[in-house]
Design a protein around this ligand. Sequence first.
Ligand code: 6R9
Length: 650
Amino acid sequence: MTHSENEVYPPSPEFVAQAHIDGAKYEEMYAASVNDPEAFWGEQGKTLDWIKPYTKVKNTTFEYPNVSIKWFEDGVLNVAANCIDRHLDTRGDQTAIIWEPDDPNAPARHITYRELHEQVSKLGNVLKGLGIAKGDRVVLYMPMIPEAAFAMLACARIGAIHSVVFGGFSPDALASRIEDCSAKLVITADEAPRGGRNTPLKANADKAMEICGDVPMLVVSRTGGGPGMKEGRDHSYEALMAEASADCPPEPMGAEDPLFILYTSGSTGKPKGVLHTSGGYLLYVSLTHKYVFDYHDGDIFWCTADVGWVTGHSYIVYGPLANGATTLMFEGVPTYPDAGRFWAVCEKHKVNQFYTAPTAIRALMGQGPQFVDPYDLSSLKVLGTVGEPINPEAWHWYNDHVGKGRCPIVDTWWQTETGGHLLTPLPGAIPTKPGSATKPFFGVQPVVLDAQSGEEITTTEAEGVLCMKDSWPGQMRTVFGDHERFVKTYFSDYKGYYFSGDGCRRDADGYYWITGRVDDVINVSGHRMGTAEVESALVAHPKVSEAAVVGYPHPVKGQGIYCYVTLMAGEEYTDELREELRQWVRKEIGPIATPDVIQWAPGLPKTRSGKIMRRILRKIAENDFGNLGDTSTLADPSVVDDLIANRANT
Ligand code: 6R9
C-alpha cells in the first residue's frame, strides 16, 4: 500500500461538536496567529500565571548571524507553580499523575496535585540542601517513575536547569553529558525495571563517574538492589526526603531563564545540548497539548514516551500538568508481559487520549489482532503518533483495531528543537490523510525551499526542504555553551529561515508530508541518531581503521543501522569480531545504537579528495543498485562492485 493524498478522513460530526476547535475556528485562529503574532501570543500568554506580567511579547530574528529568540522577555513566572500550585484550589484532590508499574500485578499509584505539591516542594528543599541554586545544572538518569517528574519539577521550582539523560544510554554517554553541562548533581535510582528486567542505573552512574569524575548523587530506591552508596558522594533520596520541609516557595524566574537542556543527535559526532527556556516553552506545550489532543477537563491522557526524550518532557510532564490534566506515566514496555499491555493499561485506567510512536504500532501489529481486540477501548477519543512518518499499513491498523474507526489520529511532526508540535492536525478541525502531518499549528509558518537554490517554492504543490519563516514560543534558544553552533546548524544553510533538517512535500491541498532527514541523522525506532556518533564509536575500537554508517529501511524500526567497516591492516575479518563490534557500540552509546548490519568493507567508495560517498553506501544498503548515480568521481570505482557483491543479507 502506498500513500494516497486522496484518502481523506474527516472527524465525525459528534467529535466536531464537542471539540475545542472546528475547521472554521482553526482557519480564523491560524490567520490571526500569523497576521499579528504579537496580539495572538500576547493574548494566549495570559493562560499562564505570571508573577510579573510581560509587557513585551515577541522579540525574535532569524537573521544570520544575529539570530536571537526572546518571548515574553520581561515577564516573570515559575514553571512548577504553573504546573502545580495554581491548580491546588480547584483540583487539589484530583489525580495529577497515574503511575503504572512495569509489573502488571504491582499496584498503580495515583498522585494528586496536593501530593505532587508536597513531594516537589520537599525535593526542592533537598536540592537546596545539597547546594543546588538557581542556574545550576542537574542531570537526571531515571526510571519511568513519578520521582522523575518530581525531580524535573523540583529543579524548575528552585530555578535549577535539568538535563534528563535517557536511562538506556551507556555510562560513556552519561559521562559526556555530565561533563558538557558541568552538572553539580546527578539524580538516579538503584535500578530501572523494564520488561521484567532491571537496568542497573546506579551501577552505570558509578561507571560514568569513573570517566568524568565524582559528582554528588541522589539515589532513589526503586528495587532495593544495585550497588552500595559511596560515602561522602551518594545520598539516599528517601532519607533526605523524610527530613525535608514541604515549604519551598517557587523561585521567580524570567521568562527567558533556562528550564532544561536536552541532548540530541545532529549530523556531527557530538550531541548538542538543546536549551529551552521557561515562559514561551510552557505556553507552547500547554496550548498544543490542549488543542492537538482536544484535551478536556477530567480526561486521562497517556503519552508512552520516556521522559528521557523531548516527547516525555512536553507531553508527559509540562504540557499536561500546566493544563491541570491527569497524565499517565508507564514504567514498562509495550510487549511485556505480552503485546496487549498498552491496551490493558488503556482499559484499566480508562485512557482518553493515547500518544505513541509508529515503531511501537508496527511491532504490535506484527503480533496480531488477538492482543488488542479483546480489550475495551471505548474510553479512547483521540490517538496520536510522533517520531517518524507513519506508514499506511500501521495507520490503518491503529485506526481500525485501536480507534475502531471512531478516533481521529493526530500525526504530530516536531523536534527536540521545536519544543512542541509544529505540523499536526487539530482533531476536530482538520481531516487527516494517513501518513501526512497535515497543517501548521497556530503561529507556525512552514515553507518549502528548493534544496539547492534555497529559493522558497510558492506554489501549493512543492517538494524540498522544510524550514520555518518565523519563530514560535516553544523554539529552542541556543545550544548550551555554544551559540555559534546553534546559528550554524539551523540558520546558516538557508539564510533567514530555521532549517529543520527534514525534507517534505506539500500536496495540492496544502498538506505536508515529511519525507525524512536530509542530513546524516537516522531515525531508529523513532529515536534520532547521528551516523557520525556510531562511526566514532566504531573507530574507537583498536581493530577498526575506518567506518561509514547509513540508515536502511527496516520493517519495525523504520530505519536500521547499517555499518561499513574497514579493519586495520593485518586484522582478520571474522564473525566473532563482527559480534564484538556490535557489543562495543552498544556499550559505547547504548542498546538503541546497536548496529543491525556490519558489512566488512576492505575498501570504501571515496572521491579523489578522500571524501566517503555516503550516497552510494546508502543505495547499497537500500538494495537499490540500479540507481547509484554518478560514480565517475570515485578514486577507485571497483570498490563499489565489491561492496555490492558482498552486501549483507538484511
Ligand atoms: C518529537 C521528536 C525529530 C525528528 C524530525 C523528523 C522525525 C518526528 C515526525 C517525524 C515524520 C512525524 N519526526 N515526528 N517525521 N512524521 N510525525 O521526535 O523529536 O527526537 O528530536 O526527532 O524526528 O525527522 O526531524 P526528535
